[in-house]
Design a protein around this ligand. Structure first.
Ligand SMILES: CCN[C@H]1CN(CCOCC)S(=O)(=O)c2sc(S(N)(=O)=O)cc21
Ligand SMILES: [Zn+2]
Length: 260
């Protein structure tokens, strides 16, 4: 049993016992209510320029399915939007539910999506990733909502095809020649606010950029994601589902929108 997780004995309500930052004033995720959002006409568009050759491996770490990228130089970068400078893509991963009616971490006007995909970037002006975690402008995460629908996005197939090779915790497989920007929806509209990792250690170092337009996946694709296991090989099967943290107190923070 790992120190923290999503079960009753090690889940989000108890993370603060080992990770005090979990009770901070700028925690993520949050519930976004359109009536409280402030349109900010000064917000610039964001730009991702990713090198497909930077993709390295896909792994099951018992908590999520993660694709890791080469971030040893400015190879795959995010800039613009609310960001100052260039942020390097380090990894992407997902959070999902045990059924299609929930699973996302951020909740939009009461709507929970089936899953939420996070693309994690860090600011190299802070030397290395560990240094960036300690800075309020150290990390930028682009969040994309996954909605179950009739016209699933074919680009998700590449990730889901690999699931069979990483069924259990600790399994890793090569994952190359992949440009994650194919996952972006058509619209570039986004919300942005300052928050934290949605898992321990819960550092408050993240500029969140949440895309308004969800991408569609099929119910079968969601079932594929839910076929991942938390357990290692030859251990009792423990399905990897409901790896999401519930919304945290907004505590006076203002969510800005790039759109009206
Ligand atoms: C399971 C641990 N998840 C963490 C691990 N990392 C952070 C710190 O690591 C220190 C060794 S991370 O940058 O990979 C990252 S991003 C997110 S999220 N859901 O907020 O996008 C959580 C996490
Ligand atoms: Zn995440």
């Amino acid at each position: 049993q790992s120190v923290w997780g999503y079960d009753s004995d090690n889940g989000p309500e108890r993370w603060h016992e080992n990770y005090p930052l979990a009770k901070g004033d700028k925690q993520s995720p949050i519930e976004i209510n359109s009536k409280d959002v402030q349109h900010d006409s000064s917000l610039a568009p964001w730009h991702a320029s990713y090198d497909p050759g930077a993709a390295k491996t896909i792994l099951n770490n018992g908590r999520t399915c993660r694709v890791v990228f080469d971030d040893t130089f400015d190879r795959s970068v995010l800039r613009g939007g609310p960001l100052t400078g260039t942020y390097r893509l380090r990894q992407l991963h997902l959070h999902w539910g045990s059924s299609d009616d929930h699973g996302s971490e951020h909740v939009i006007d009461g709507v929970k999506y089936a899953a939420e995909l996070h693309m994690v970037h860090w600011n190299p002006k802070h030397g290395n990733f560990a240094g960036a975690l300690k800075q309020p402008d150290g990390v930028a995460v682009v969040g994309i909502f996954l909605k179950v629908g009739k016209t699933p996005k074919p680009e998700m197939k590449r990730i889901l095809e690999e699931i069979d090779n990483i069924k259990t915790k600790g399994k890793e497989a090569p994952f190359q020649h992949f440009d994650p920007s194919i996952l972006f929806p058509k619209s570039r509209d986004y919300w942005t606010y300052h928050g934290s990792f949605t898992t321990p250690p819960c550092e408050e170092c993240i500029t969140w950029i949440l895309l308004r337009e969800p991408i569609e996946v099929s119910s079968d694709q969601m079932a594929k994601l839910r076929s991942l296991s938390k357990n290692g090989e030859n251990e009792p099967v423990n399905p990897l589902v409901d790896n999401w943290r519930p919304p945290q107190p907004v505590k006076g923070r203002v969510v800005k929108a790039s759109f009206k």
